[in-house]
Design a protein around this ligand. Structure first.
Ligand code: MN
Length: 231
């Protein structure tokens, strides 16, 4: 097929234990999916999960054992970290019942939902879309994907994030308001999931700012941790 310029490359994520990479189609994110984080953002009620997207090419793949460079984005003075368990979809479907949802999971990874918090607050106040706060370039660092069969009990795992060696976030995946299967049920009612989709499942409490020079380390027990330097 002739194209008027070279098609952009498909973003990919490394997969542990193989040289083959996971090609990414879409990045879905869940908002406010841990109670203590919802509280710190000023919300108290349990509500149905809600979703936003990041462009697939906002991914910043972090190779195993490497420290990635995370460019500090323009237009913000309050760049926040949000450590999240990421679910990688291997089999598509729509209206997937929670009881069958895990059959659609290829594997799991550690991700960061980097956020221009000042712009998000401004957009919320004005009732405008979050895209500029959530979907900027390099806003989705992600570590290697561990296939589900090798990931252990991720639904029980601890997740954590440190900045310059100091712990900022620490919680457990079992504290998700909507667990992995329920999240996929809700998500697949709104969009038909496809292989290559990633789902950032939400962050626990302890979100906060990073600045140039900071070193971020983050992990979910049982998965490959990630390290980044803000530049
Ligand atoms: Mn998030």
């Amino acid at each position: 097929m002739a194209t008027v310029f070279a098609p952009p490359p498909v973003p990919t994520v490394p997969v542990l234990g193989t040289a083959s990479r996971f090609p990414v189609r879409r990045i879905y994110c869940v908002g406010r999916n841990y109670e203590e984080h919802a509280k710190e953002m000023g919300f108290a009620e349990r509500e149905a999960p809600f979703f936003f997207l990041k462009p697939a090419d906002a991914l910043l793949p972090v190779e195993a054992g490497e420290t990635a460079r995370l460019p500090y984005p323009s237009l913000t003075h309050n760049l926040h970290h949000e450590v999240e368990l990421v679910v990688a979809i291997g089999k598509g479907g729509r209206d997937i019942p929670a009881a069958r949802a895990l059959e659609h999971v290829y594997g799991y990874a550690v991700g960061l939902d980097m956020t221009r918090r000042d712009l998000q607050a401004e957009m919320k106040k004005q009732g405008r879309p979050w895209s500029i706060a959530k979907g900027f370039d390099h806003s989705a660092p992600i570590g290697p994907i561990t296939p589900a069969s090798e990931a252990g009990a991720v639904d029980q795992a601890a997740l954590w994030l440190r900045v310059n060696g100091q712990q900022r976030q620490h919680s457990h995946v079992h504290k998700l308001i909507w667990n992995i299967a329920e999240t996929l049920q809700h998500l697949s009612a709104a969009w038909e999931l496809q292989p290559g989709d990633l789902v950032f499942t939400g962050t626990p409490e302890g979100v906060g700012a990073v600045v140039r020079g900071d070193r971020i380390e983050a992990g979910v027990d049982g998965l490959q941790p990630i390290a980044l330097q803000v530049v």
